[in-house]
Design a protein around this ligand. Structure first.
Ligand code: SAM
Length: 283
């Protein structure tokens, strides 16, 4: 087996492992944050806070703009609390438990989405799990930490490379069930646990997106390689496709901050907010 990953491992500042992709000439994650922390900071925290708000009974369309005025501030405060959770010299098992508690408390979801209206409410009768589009699976951090955070969810992860056998040898010390999840994905391409489902969709994301109906997704983790290396997943047409397959309340989380990417998202009907660690696009 060609060990594309094992030969190119990168250990991040938070000690979690990522890898360098030789085809794209890029690491899967930022070394200065580390794979685990980058995922929490750039994707999980913004998405969970967004859903905490829109599933709150106080949230209405009329206070939507007020909410967004303060949203980047709230994201930054939560990131700050996350970064202060652990101290140097803390035993690894304590770090792991502290981080896991943080994720569980971030979005204590006993809530579901109202299927009929795509409004998010606790007072609905036809309910479904939160639907997440994960662009793309890569090493699986976004998908697996999404499972740790959203207790009732469906995650759809396209990925052109088939690296699951190699990922089984990867050290995901602080992700619960990582090997169980990867084993299931390798066997069946799908992982089910209680009210959670993760689909590994092997193939070109652009083709896979064609199979989803209008208004399907609530969250998109937009985590392709850079636009220079991976232009098809940052184009205007791509964001228009995302507009079509996302619900009327939805959030796209990303590390990207480039002006032309924000403009492409705006052109496709999304409002944009840029903050220190990335951007969010929402509608
Ligand atoms: C930055 S990595 C994603 C990291 C991942 N989110 C994680 O948590 O580990 C980008 C991934 O997109 C995949 N990719 C790039 N273009 C693609 C395409 N058109 N279709 C499917 N996968 C693609 C690459 O193979 C790579 O695994």
């Amino acid at each position: 087996m060609n060990d594309q990953l094992q030969d190119n491992i990168v250990r991040g500042c938070d000690k979690s492992l990522s890898a360098y992709n030789v085809t794209y000439k890029q690491s899967y994650h930022s070394k200065s944050l580390g794979a685990y922390s980058e995922t929490i900071i750039k994707h999980i925290i913004p998405a969970a806070l967004f859903f905490r708000h829109i599933t709150s009974s106080r949230y209405t369309i009329s206070n939507k703009q007020d909410f967004y005025k303060n949203f980047s501030q709230e994201i930054l405060q939560t990131i700050h609390s996350y970064q202060n959770l652990t101290s140097q010299g803390m035993p690894y098992t304590d770090i792991y438990l502290t981080q896991q508690n943080f994720l569980h408390n971030l979005f204590n979801q006993s809530l579901l989405i109202n299927q009929a209206t795509s409004q998010h409410t606790i007072h609905s009768t036809i309910l479904r799990p939160i639907r997440i589009l994960d662009i793309c699976f890569g090493l699986g951090y976004n998908a697996m930490l999404g499972l740790e955070t959203f207790q009732c969810c469906e995650i759809y992860s396209p990925e052109k490379d088939y690296l699951l056998p190699e990922l089984l040898k990867f050290d995901y010390t602080n992700i619960a069930n990582a090997h169980k999840i990867l084993n299931e994905l390798q066997k069946n391409r799908v992982y089910n646990h209680k009210k959670q489902t993760l689909y590994f969709l092997h193939g070109n994301a652009l083709h896979i997106l064609e199979s989803f109906p209008q208004g399907f997704f609530d969250i998109v983790f937009q985590d392709a390689f850079s636009q220079a290396q991976n232009p098809e997943l940052w184009s205007k047409q791509y964001f228009q496709k995302l507009d079509y397959i996302t619900a009327k309340n939805c959030i796209i989380t990303t590390y990207a901050k480039a002006k032309n990417i924000l403009e492409s998202a705006q052109h496709a009907n999304f409002s944009t907010i840029k903050y220190e660690h990335g951007s969010i696009f929402y509608k």
